[in-house]
Design a protein around this ligand. Structure first.
Ligand SMILES: O=C(O)CCC(=O)C(=O)O
Ligand SMILES: [Fe+2]
Length: 354
C-alpha cells in the first residue's frame, strides 16, 4: 500500500498495532509523522557526544560511606548513575527482558485489549509514542505500563505472559529503591528513608516495558524525545543495544549510557529535584532507535501518591535557611501536565518554578 494513502495514526495508535506493526510492514523510510525537526535528530546528537561517562557505583556494601558519597555526588552532578553488584541476580533481569519481548510479540489482537490513554486509569496499559493526541511528531516506541497498586491487583490484572517475571523483578528492585532513597535523604543531612516518607517518595509505582523496533531511519526520528522524568526516581534496565543519551553537565553535549550487563541505570526524576530544592538534578535524556536491532528497556517509575502535595522539603529549608525554588503542587496535576504536551525537555519542572 502506498504510504500516502495509509492512515498511520489510525493503524498505529487507534488500532493498536503500534510501531512494531508499522516496522513489520518492511518500510524503507519512516512515515512523515515520525520525522523530527533537525535539532532533535541523531545528526545533531552525534556531532555533540561528550567523552564523559556517567558514574558506575559498586553497591556491594551499602554501609560504605564512599558508596553514599558517590551516589549523592552523581545525583547532584549528572542526575544519572549506574549501579553494579546490587544483588538482583542477572537471571531475574534476563527473565523480565524476555517477558517484555514475549508480550510485544503477541498478535496485535491480543495486545490491543490493554490499549489505554496514558493518563487513563488501568493496571496494565498499552500505548505507543508518548502522548499521541498531544504531540506534533510521534516517537518510535511502544510501551506497556504496569501499575503497581498491590500484589493482588498485579496478580489479577497484569498480562499473564509477563506477570510473574515483572513482579519478581519489581519486588527485588524495591529493596534497592529504599536504599537509594535512604542515601539521598541522608545526603541532604535529613533523617533516612522510612514509612513516613512513602507517600512522598514511593507510593504510585509503574513498571514500564519500552519496545523500540529496529528503524529504517534512526537518523530522522527518536525513540524517546528529550525529557526529564516526571517521577521522583527511575530505575532503568536496558538491554545490550544502546541508544540512551543523557545531557552532559555542560548543558550542550550528550553522554551515551553504555549497556553494561547486570547493571541498573538510576536517574533522579523531577519530583526529587523539586523536593531537594534543586540539589539533586533531574537531567534531560533521549533514546535513538537502532537501524538493525529491536531495543527493550524496562523503567520503574517511582512516584509520590497521586494526591500528595509536593514542595521543597520544609526540614531542608529550615536547616539551610534557603527560599523554596518550587511551588506546592499536587502530584496528579504534575503528572497530567507532563502528558498534556509532547516531550519538551525540562518544561514540566520549569512550570513548577516560583
Ligand atoms: O529506554 C530508555 O533507555 C529510556 C526510556 C526513558 O527515558 C523513559 O521511559 O522515560
Ligand atoms: Fe526517561
Amino acid at each position: 500500500m502506498p504510504l500516502e494513502s495509509f492512515d498511520v495514526v489510525d493503524y498505529v495508535v487507534n488500532k493498536g498495532h503500534g510501531v512494531k506493526g508499522l516496522a513489520a510492514m518492511g518500510l524503507t523510510t519512516v512515515p512523515r509523522n515520525y520525522v523530527q525537526p533537525f535539532e532533535e535528530r541523531l545528526e545533531a546528537t552525534k556531532d555533540n557526544v561528550s567523552d564523559e561517562s556517567i558514574p558506575v557505583v559498586d553497591v556491594s556494601n551499602w554501609d560504605d560511606p564512599a558508596v553514599a558519597d558517590s551516589i549523592c555526588e552523581a545525583s547532584r552532578k549528572y542526575g544519572f548513575f549506574q549501579i553494579i553488584n546490587h544483588g538482583i541476580p542477572v537471571e531475574v533481569l534476563d527473565e523480565v527482558q524476555a517477558a517484555a519481548h514475549r508480550f510485544f510479540e503477541m498478535p496485535a489482537a491480543e495486545k490491543v485489549k490493554f490499549k489505554r490513554d496514558p493518563t487513563a486509569p488501568g493496571t496494565a496499559k498499552l500505548g505507543t509514542s508518548f502522548s499521541p493526541s498531544k504531540e506534533k511528531v510521534m516517537e518510535w516506541k511502544d510501551y506497556l505500563s504496569l501499575q503497581y497498586f498491590s500484589e493482588e491487583t498485579a496478580a489479577a490484572d497484569w498480562p499473564p505472559i509477563c506477570k510473574n517475571e515483572a513482579l519478581e523483578y519489581f519486588k527485588r528492585a524495591q529493596v534497592i529503591i529504599r536504599r537509594i532513597y535512604d542515601v539521598l535523604l541522608k545526603g541532604l543531612n535529613l533523617k533516612g528513608f522510612d514509612k513516613s516518607k512513602e507517600s512522598l517518595l514511593m507510593s504510585w509505582i509503574a513498571v514500564n516495558f519500552n519496545y523500540y523496533p529496529s528503524c529504517p531511519n534512526p537518523e530522522l526520528t527518536v525513540g524517546v524525545g528529550r525529557h526529564s522524568d516526571g517521577s521522583a526516581l527511575t530505575v532503568l534496565l536496558q538491554d545490550d543495544v544502546g541508544g540512551l543519551f543523557v545531557r552532559a553537565p555542560d548543558g550542550e553535549s550528550w553522554i551515551h549510557v553504555p549497556p553494561t550487563r547486570g547493571a541498573l541505570v538510576i536517574n533522579i526524576g523531577d519530583i526529587l529535584q523539586l523536593l531537594s530544592n534543586g540539589r539533586y538534578k533531574s537531567i534531560e535524556h533521549k533514546v535513538v532507535p537502532n537501524l538493525r536491532k529491536t531495543r527493550v528497556s524496562i523503567a520503574i517509575f517511582v512516584n509520590p501518591a497521586a494526591h500528595q502535595v509536593v514542595a521543597p522539603l520544609p526540614e531542608l529549608l529550615e536547616s539551610t535557611g534557603e527560599k523554596p525554588l518550587y511551588r506546592e503542587i499536587v502530584f496528579l496535576d504534575y503528572f497530567k501536565y507532563f502528558f498534556s504536551k509532547g516531550h519538551d525537555g525540562k518544561a514540566t519542572i520549569d512550570w513548577a518554578k516560583i
